[in-house]
Each structure stands twice: as structure tokens, then as C-alpha cells.
Ligand binder design. Sequence first.
Ligand code: BES
Ligand code: MN
Ligand code: MN
Length: 465
Amino acid sequence: MSVQDLHTSVKQYLAANQDRFLAELFDLLRIPSVSADPKYKPDVLKTAELVATHFSAIDLENVLLIETSGFPAVYAEKILNKDFPTVLVYGHYDVQPPDPLDLWQTPPFEPVIREGKIYARGSCDDKGQFFMHTKAIEILLKLQKLPVNVKFLIEGEEEVGSANLETLLQKYQEKLHCDVILISDTSMIANDSPSLTVGLRGLAYMEVEVIGPNRDLHSGVYGGAVDNPVNVLCEIIASLKDEKGHITIPGFYDDVLNLSTEERNEMAKRPFDKQEYLDHLDIQDTRGEDGYSIIEQTSIRPTLDVNGIWGGYIGEGAKTVLPSKANAKISMRLVPNQSSEKIMKLFTEHIQKIAPPTVKVTITPHHGGEAVVTSTKSTGYLAAEEAMLQSFGKKPIPTREGGSIPIVALFTSILQAPVVLMGFGLDSDAIHSPNEHYGVFNFLKGIETIPLFYAHYAQLTQEKH
Ligand code: BES
Ligand code: MN
Ligand code: MN
């Protein structure tokens, strides 16, 4: 059967089964698998069970919950022939907390379709996306057209930094052995402009606590003399970037790989409408690092952002108080060649150095991860390119994205296999925000495209032999 004929059969199967596929996805979206909040623990575990049930239902073998010190990862495989290449599919079944709840138009764990989009927490990131793979394999197995061996690893701690996955990869290195790792957990430029992600940023996530007097004080009695931790924290944060948007931590940029003019020119060719970008966010203008375009500022340049800040009186009305403590969560997005460990150290030393002696400062690192760049020459990339060309009718553009998937760098180093980032989301899907959604078009297009990836991948590998 030609890939052309396979495409036709896939579309037929999809048309006949798409309502069931959507109903199954909805059941998955109804379980609030929030990994960050302990109160959802039973739901996270229930979700892992449901994922395993789906794997068994499509006839995958050795379906297994791999226990970790945190939430289990769900494993399954179909090994058809030891001479076939093996594809490992990675994704995550955990989701971000749904807060702030009052900003959702419909409840986050009661999925609905409005104007062709599935609204629910996790619809795009990443339940909707990894579930496309489950259904794509169902189709290939039903058509008896799976031309490769496939292994699934769907984890439950991506949204909290995948801290236990490195140990798992090391322990199960052999079991997870593969020729390529396929991931749908990123975005495309637009539905009529497919793209393949070839870069992700790294991350260094820190928490800072500034401690002043041993209790909250009357701000009239003590204010003016006793240093205020909230003021101090704000001063520190404000000093971390200069007027050009550069980060002021000494050594921060030392390891940053700068792109060549050709690479930057190539990047500038990707379609981007600034006015649309501003309108979508309801902002007047952007304010990033001098000398770089918005695309560059959000992909190939490192950043520093406060994710949350608190301290002092935040209740109703006004209470005059000089707070004893102030806290902030600060994250830095990193680019290739920067080391998250080194950046955490530079951050810590710098903050300690600039903090005035009138307060105590403690700095705690949360998770970190390294940036990645993947090749546009690998067999996996070429297969994904062919698959998207066939299903979208347009050759995908390679893009570098600003988000992070901490485990990707470890996949390359521990499993020593190339990664293909073939995501079908859109930046406007509001992942991590209220009203997260995923286009029905994108969900179905993903299921249509993935089988083509397998067909082209098998074909290209054969040609190489
Ligand atoms: N799927 C996202 C990462 C992503 C989103 C990459 C869009 C490219 C485009 C992933 O689930 C995520 O949110 N990662 C976190 C990191 C994690 C350590 C919390 C992130 O990027 O903040
Ligand atoms: Mn994700
Ligand atoms: Mn996410």
C-alpha cells in the first residue's frame, strides 16, 4: 500500500470514529490530574489508570505503570518485528492547576466544544496531544499497517519539572531503547502554516524569601527606620534588568550561543503579525531585550520573569503594617549552552551580594532543565516534514519555541536517540491560562498526520539500509 492509499484509509477510519475519539478524550479531560497540588493526588493516579486502560484497549502490550517517587509513568509497547525501527512516544497526562477558576467561561474539568474548540484544562497541554498518538496507533493497528515498533511513555510530573524521570530513564534505559522519540507537546505557527519545533528553552526556577523584623510591625511606629522586606524585594527584582532589557546578573550571558546573521535572517522569514499578537493579548506594545525581534525574544534569548510575589497585608481594606517577610518565585528561561545549574548559582550569589544587610535572604532552587536544539536533517525530522506536507498540503517551517520540556535534553543524553517535536497546538490555545482550548481541527489533523509519520519514517529508514 502506498502512503497515499494509507492516507485515504486513515481519513476514512477517522471520519467513522471521530465522535468516539472525542468522547474518549473528554473522559480523560474530566479527571483533574493536577500534579502540583496534593489534593488532586487520587485524580492524578486515576488518570494514569485510564491511560493504561486505553493502551490495553488498542492492543498494546506490556502495559505498565512505572512507579517513581512521585506519580507513575504509563508504559506500553507494540513490538512487531525486531528488524523494524522503534519509535518512542512521550507525553504527559498531568496538567497545570486551573486557577483562577472564576475566569473560566465553563468549568475547567467539564470539557465542551465551542466554536470548533475543545475547552478544558489539558485539552492542548498535553492530554489532547498525547491522546492523538493513542488513536493514531489504534488506526494503524486496526488497518494492520503499523510499519515500526512503538513504545509509549506518558508521564505524570511534567508540569512540576519531571524530577523523577531522569532516574526512571536510567533505570529503564534498555526497555526504552529506541531509534527516535516523537513528542506532541508544542505549537505550530497557525492552522494554515504548519511548523515543526526544532528548539526549546531551558529553565531555572527560583524562590526568594526576604526576612526583616521578627514580626509584622506598626508602619507608623517603626516605618522610616526599619527596613521593609517587600520594598527590598521590589528593589532587588527591579535591579535584575537594565533599561535595555538585559539581565544584570554577572556572567548570565557568558555561555549564550549567538545565532549567525543567516540564521537570524532565516528566522525573520516566518510569518508573524505583530498587530494581531498585540490585539490578542490586549496590550499596546511589547518591551523586550533591545536589538531582538519578538520571535527572537521569545525563543533564542534568555529571560527573567517574576511568576508570583507576595507579602504584607493583602486582605480587604487597608491595614497599616510593615511586613516581616516578602517572597517571590522567579524563573529564567535559558538558551542552548547555558547550564541551569550554573545559572541558579549565579542568581543565588548575585542576590545575596546585592541584598542590604538589614534583611536576611534565603534562595531556594525549584526545577531546572536545559535548552535543546534538534536537527532538521534527521530521518525523524524528514519523516515528520513529509507527513505534514501530505496532511496539510504545505511543507512545515522549522521553528524554535520559548517553552520548556525539561526531559527532552535528557532523552538525547540518556537514551541517545534524536527527538522530533511535532506539536499541533497553537500559541493562542491558552495553555496554563483560564479557558485553555484545543481545536477539533488540530486534534483530528494530528491523528491524520501521525500515521503518515510512521509510514514515511519506515520508508526513509529502509532507503538508508
Ligand atoms: N508543553 C509545555 C511546553 C511548551 C509549550 C513548549 C508550548 C512549547 C510550546 C510544557 O507542558 C510546559 O508547560 N513546560 C513548562 C516547564 C515545566 C518545568 C513546568 C514550561 O515551559 O513552563
Ligand atoms: Mn506540555
Ligand atoms: Mn505545560
